[in-house]
Design a protein around this ligand. Structure first.
Ligand code: NI
Length: 184
């Protein structure tokens, strides 16, 4: 089982490199990331989180029954579960109209911490699948949020960077306590 790296590990702050060839190494990495994500009950994982700075993310929102997702391909709504898990190589998102929505987030690399993050509600994603075929779809709900959270990871950005100033202060105190820090 691949180890998920935690806040403080340099890979979490690195910009990941594009994948120019989907070889067996990339396929194995994707499988290992899925295993790690499921083992920790996550709904998404980026390669940076297993210490590999390559642009690969995995997502599976099926277990989050109370946080629905919408998936559209070619303008048509599709059953989300049929497209899970998603393995996305070199994913990108484009923000579509619809404004931002607040939603609770957490991260397997920052255990015990959660907070509300404002993110665009509707996005269009483009990526390659694990066979190298281009994929393009629109997402709303948890899927849109997960895509943005995971692609942020590929750019060295963590959800705690996007919290409100008040939440960031609260989280900083929590992280300090978790690290065993003591203010003298
Ligand atoms: Ni995360």
């Amino acid at each position: 089982m691949m180890k998920i790296v935690k806040l403080g590990h340099p890979a979490l702050r690195a910009k990941a490199d594009a994948i120019d060839r989907i070889d067996d190494g990339v396929k194995t990495l994707a499988d290992d990331m899925l295993d790690a994500m499921y083992a920790h009950d996550g709904c998404g994982l980026a390669a940076n989180q297993v210490g590999v700075t390559r642009r690969l993310v995995v997502i599976d929102v099926r277990e989050a029954k109370r946080r629905p997702s919408v998936l559209r391909i070619g303008g048509k709504s599709r059953p989300v579960h049929k497209h899970m898990p998603m393995i996305l190589v070199n994913p990108q998102v484009e923000v579509l109209a619809g404004g931002k929505v607040a939603g609770s987030e957490a991260c397997l690399s920052i255990p015990g911490v959660h907070g509300d993050v404002d993110r665009p509600a509707v996005v269009r994603a483009r990526a390659l699948d694990i066979d190298g075929n281009p994929v393009e779809f629109e997402a709303e709900g948890l899927l849109a949020r997960a895509l943005q959270h995971e692609i942020d990871h590929l750019d060295g950005i963590l959800f705690i960077d996007r919290l409100s100033p008040e939440d960031r202060r609260r989280v900083a105190d929590e992280l300090h306590e978790m690290a065993g820090g003591m203010v003298g």
